[in-house]
Design a protein around this ligand. Structure first.
Ligand SMILES: *Cc1c(COP(=O)(O)O)cnc(C)c1O
Ligand code: SF4
Length: 395
């Protein structure tokens, strides 16, 4: 889909939306119904640079769109200087103005609880800084590395596990900043998989991203490249024809997208995912289990079903890392196990992600799930299926 047809589609969505169905139509990208954006030209709206430049960063601006609670007002004040508030106009149109429990709102608007530090919380719970052999690189597993391509994101998620790094630091985007990381990967023939993440790598300009991908692709032992991003969800306008054509040149590149709630799968988001999938880019999702956002089995089920419909394969559900200031988002581990219990066997295997805990202190991702082995002795396995019926398997 080219840029003009994206604009045309957006306009059509605006025109097709009856004013009476206001709440339901919020999902359909009717941005001109939000008073703050009623005069915005669709061409500007579709321009990702315009979206970034017009992100909502102040309490005053946000108060024009939603009715702020005292917790939110305090949270916004305290968040300045830390993981700042920055909400793309696109995401603003998805916020419920009256419901502070709105999952879209909870993920974007700081609340006062962010300054509470829970008993086991840390600055860098996964010890990424310790396992960093070169700037911007984390090497934890034998055959793959994580490259932190930038500190910036389209929107700052209130549950971000990398909040120690993430934010706007323009000075940190210097040329040549990946030289040491590239040299390290070149010198380590065991590294066959590079995960480009951040921050959000799709916030980089096309040419900068291309130069990084090109350098990685020219290393003969790097066979698998993937990008971790939230842009199709928070700034779908960033997925341009030019970007997908560039990515296509370096195929295979896989893309993992951070999705947390079915409300995030709007028509506009689907358009962005379609453009990626149509150019042959396999898509996966990563979700963070968040209290009050997606901790109910029926919500997760709706999310994974809708993901399959837009050709995104559910990959991981993460237990919310014990990072400082996220206690209000964390659920008991049993909640995650129960979600998998309610999915496995009850729906398509393709819809079932792996629930993982990133071992605090640098253990890497550890899969957690319901136990299907009741006993195991002398070649005899006593198993239960998804309905709880018992079966014996003899070796
Ligand atoms: C998540 C992660 C990876 C990739 O892990 P997969 O299970 O292969 O998706 C690699 N390195 C680090 C440090 C990670 O956190
Ligand atoms: S997009 Fe990812 S890195 Fe950026 S703020 Fe959200 S969780 Fe953190």
């Amino acid at each position: 889909m080219n840029h003009n047809s994206v604009v045309a589609e957006t306009q059509k969505l605006v025109l097709e939306t009856p004013v009476t169905a206001q709440r339901a139509s919020r999902r359909q990208q009717d941005y001109q119904q939000v008073s703050l954006y009623k005069d915005v030209n669709p061409l500007d709206w579709e321009d990702w640079h315009w979206q970034l430049k017009h992100r909502v960063r102040t309490k005053e601006e946000l108060a024009e769109v939603i009715k702020l609670t005292p917790e939110e007002e305090q949270g916004i004040k305290k968040a300045s200087g830390r993981l700042s508030m920055a909400i793309t106009p696109y995401w603003v149109t998805l916020l419920d103005p009256d419901d502070p429990g709105c999952p879209i709102r909870r993920q974007a608007v700081p609340i006062s609880f962010e300054s509470v530090v829970g008993p086991h919380e840390m600055v860098d719970p996964c010890a990424e800084d310790r396992d960093s052999p070169a700037p911007h690189l984390v090497h934890r597993y034998p055959d793959r590395v994580l490259l932190l391509a930038t500190d910036s994101c389209a929107m700052y998620c209130r549950h971000c596990t990398r909040r120690r790094l993430v934010g706007e630091h323009p000075e940190s985007n210097s040329a040549g900043r990946f030289d040491a990381a590239i040299e390290y990967i070149k010198a380590n023939r065991k590294i066959r998989d590079v995960l480009i993440s951040g921050g959000d790598p799709l916030i980089l300009e096309d040419d900068e991203l291309e130069s990084l991908i090109q350098q990685l692709r020219s290393i003969s032992h790097v066979e698998f490249l993937r990008i971790g991003t939230r842009v199709p969800v928070t700034l779908p306008q960033r997925i341009t024809e030019k970007l997908v054509n560039m990515l296509k040149k370096y195929s295979p590149i896989w893309v993992s997208i951070h999705f947390n709630h079915p409300k995030e799968i709007t028509k506009r988001c689907k358009m962005a995912c379609d453009m990626l999938a149509d150019s042959g880019i396999p898509l996966g999702s990563q979700s963070v289990l968040l209290k009050g956002v997606n901790d109910r089995p029926y919500i997760m089920k709706r999310l994974v079903h809708e993901l399959l419909q837009i050709r995104v394969r559910p990959y991981y559900i993460y237990q919310c890392d014990p990072v400082k200031g996220t206690q209000h988002f964390r659920t008991p581990v049993a909640v995650g196990i129960n979600i998998i219990e309610k999915l496995r066997g009850h729906t398509s295997g393709y819809a079932v992600p792996t629930y993982v805990i990133d071992g605090p202190g640098g253990g890497g991702k550890i899969p957690i799930g319901p136990n299907y082995i009741l006993s195991q002795a002398k070649g005899k396995y006593v198993l239960r299926n998804y309905k709880g019926k018992i079966y014996t398997y003899l070796e």
